[in-house]
Design a protein around this ligand. Sequence first.
Ligand SMILES: *[C@@H]1O[C@H](CO)[C@@H](O)[C@H](O)[C@H]1NC(C)=O
Ligand SMILES: *[C@@H]1O[C@H](CO)[C@@H](O)[C@H](O)[C@H]1NC(C)=O
Ligand SMILES: *[C@@H]1O[C@H](CO)[C@@H](O)[C@H](O)[C@H]1NC(C)=O
Length: 303
Amino acid sequence: MLTKYAVLAAAAAAAVTAAPVVEKRAAPGQADIDTVILNYALTLEHLENAFYRDTLATYDAGAFRAAGYPDWVRQRFVEIGGHEKAHVDFLSKALGDQATKECTYNFGITDVKTFVATSALLEGIGNSAYLGAAQNITNVAYLTAAGSILTVEARHASWVASSVQQGDGFPAGFDTPLNFNQTYSLAAPLITSCPDSNPALPVKAFPAATISGDVCGGKQVTISGDGVQSGQFAAFLTGLNVYYAPIGDNGSVTVPSEVAYGRVYVVVTKSGDSVSDDNTVAGPAVVDIPLSAEKAEQIYSQQ
Ligand SMILES: *[C@@H]1O[C@H](CO)[C@@H](O)[C@H](O)[C@H]1NC(C)=O
Ligand SMILES: *[C@@H]1O[C@H](CO)[C@@H](O)[C@H](O)[C@H]1NC(C)=O
Ligand SMILES: *[C@@H]1O[C@H](CO)[C@@H](O)[C@H](O)[C@H]1NC(C)=O
């Protein structure tokens, strides 16, 4: 699973570095922060909607069967796609003529297996994005609406991880928030181009970070990416915590012992005690650390 993400990140690396820096538009009638956040959410929803719509149009029930999935798996993915469409419609209606439009994308899907892996990747990123943006919303009515979407996205992620991938649908007690630029860094490589008329969002993509090896507490792994060098730090974002490890020669990193399971984002920073847009060098890289049921029982029965 790590390898798949590493490959995905690596394949996307060129696109990330080439991604345009979108500056905040300082025009009269400047969009307020809530409008920016709703358009940011809509940007992600468009991406997810197009992902399910277009990929499911390519891979029919026969393709899913050939990949070893019973018909109900594809049917549920169609249902998920329907939710994403509903989210697009909802946010577009809320934003009216300020609503950002669908872009063109390259999801790099080559078969049903990569579709499933990318679905897991995207649903997790969606969760982290809504979670991270929650603190910036000023209108509490939007907060409830966004929360209403977030919980559904969380169940999508959980269903893919448990029913489809037969792993753990809820590996950690806390999910991990991502900020705007971190989220955009993961979405940008999949975006080919957007309509010129779309409102500019104040986001930029950091260079991609690729982490390889067995990412789990105590293990030595290698992290690479544009500008990544020894003396910097790998920040492991897991739940509401961040654990730092120094980057040594050739990108070698010893994974902090606390990093044990679930969705983890790894950001390369110049600081060993804070993560901000200003000190970020590259990333995030996405890692899903599996947790077996036996191991889960062991961990949680000791608490
Ligand atoms: C969102 O809120 C956090 C915490 O207050 C702040 O650091 C960040 O700059 C805010 N982001 C935006 C885009 O306003
Ligand atoms: C993204 O990063 C850029 C450059 O550091 C910064 O100007 C911008 O405010 C960030 N965007 C958000 C939404 O925090
Ligand atoms: C780093 O990589 C270079 C080139 O592969 C190798 O010669 C060198 O021994 C490596 N250094 C360490 C400390 O592993």
